[in-house]
Write a protein that binds this ligand. Structure first.
Ligand code: F6P
Length: 341
């Protein structure tokens, strides 16, 4: 078989580790691998590059993606779905491994349902918001980076008696905030899934200061619903509002300062959370996902996605994987809440 590989959506650490594992296993099974440039855009435009052992060597620790990525959605561009099918056929491809999140895999699920397109998915995203898998790769690295930042902010917060607000990514779910907040010992965590009001958050901060602590760390998800902060502004090619532009962290910091009188500063971690080398855990997860995806292709099991259930790598349907967002359940938030105030 000649197998195409693409990476779509926001990049994240571990993409190259998947490309390496998929390719290595496919070579071992006697197949050829072709890289597709910049996600679905490369299939619309026919931008291919052969991947051999030399191209996939040295990739395990490397951040980003050697194939480039984009948020191109062929279903939102006139004639693009036809172009994808035609380019795929013209290049002589037999199968595709799509490494992406909800959007990229959503396109794969639809192509499979409507055209029996031979695609297999791998769940990528720092947001960890894909249902049907316990964890996506890239998430652990993002949590590691945020935790390190929170640790650093602790020491400066303590020196100056300040409230430090840390805004993290995660889109409409609070996975990064909750996990890094628990790991970093946050005094308050605000996420889209939990309607904690700013008044209640300030009450907790005051309570903490009343019991002798002169500083506080507040972690907030970019998607937290704060009164007066609207979902407006630029949208990406998949139609999602750019949540970073809502400026939730800055607004929250100013409201905390007004309501509590404590000096407050904000740090927006931004794309640092997606950069650099994957953690060992993400390297291993990406590698296991890559091997599984290659085996699914080899068996001809299309319309499936590699997934983690407990400690086992399994496969699930792409339809199921993209049906709904995986939100932070209450019991995870309760772990965090035990240390508020
Ligand atoms: O989905 C990954 C993610 O990093 C989100 O957490 C964030 O909202 C978004 O992508 C940022 O997108 P962009 O790279 O287009 O600014």
């Amino acid at each position: 078989m000649k197998v195409g590989v693409l990476t779509g959506g926001g990049d994240c650490p571990g993409l190259n580790a998947v490309i390496r594992a998929v390719s290595r296993r496919l070579f071992a099974r006697g197949h050829d691998v072709v890289g597709i440039r910049e996600g679905w855009r490369g299939l619309v435009d026919g931008r291919f590059e052969p991947l051999g052992p030399r191209e996939v060597s040295g990739l395990l620790p490397r951040g980003g993606t050697i194939l480039g990525t984009s948020r191109t959605n062929p279903y939102r561009i006139e004639g693009a779905v036809g172009a994808v099918l035609e380019q795929f056929r013209a290049e002589g491809l037999d199968a595709l491994v799509a490494i992406g999140g909800e959007d990229t895999l959503g396109v794969g699920a639809r192509l499979y349902a409507e055209h029996e397109f031979p695609v297999v998915g791998v769940p990528k995203t720092i947001d960890n918001d894909l249902s049907a898998t316990d964890y996506t790769f890239g998430f652990d690295t993002a949590v590691f980076i945020c935790t390190e930042a929170i640790d650093r902010l602790h020491t400066t917060a303590e020196s100056h008696n300040r409230v430090m607000v840390v805004e993290v990514m995660g889109r409409h779910t609070g996975w990064i905030a909750v996990m890094s907040g628990i790991a970093g010992g946050a005094d308050m965590i605000l996420i889209p899934e939990q309607p904690v009001s700013i008044e209640d958050a300030c009450k907790e901060i005051r309570h903490r200061h009343d019991r002798g602590k002169d500083f506080s760390i507040v972690v907030v998800s970019e998607g937290y619903e704060l009164e007066g902060v609207a979902d407006e502004g630029d949208v990406d090619e998949f139609g999602h509002v750019r949540l970073s532009e809502r400026g939730v962290g800055a607004q929250l910091a100013s409201q905390i300062e007004q309501q509590t009188g404590f000096e407050t500063r904000v740090t927006v971690l931004g794309h640092v959370q997606r950069g650099g080398s994957p953690t060992p855990r993400d390297r291993v997860l990406a590698t296991r996902y890559g091997l599984k995806a290659a085996e699914l292709v080899h068996e001809g099991s299309f319309g499936r996605m590699a997934a983690l259930h407990g400690d086992n790598i399994v496969d699930v349907s792409l339809e199921e994987a993209t049906a709904e967002l995986k939100r932070v359940p209450d019991d995870w938030f309760e772990v965090a809440r035990a240390f508020f105030g």
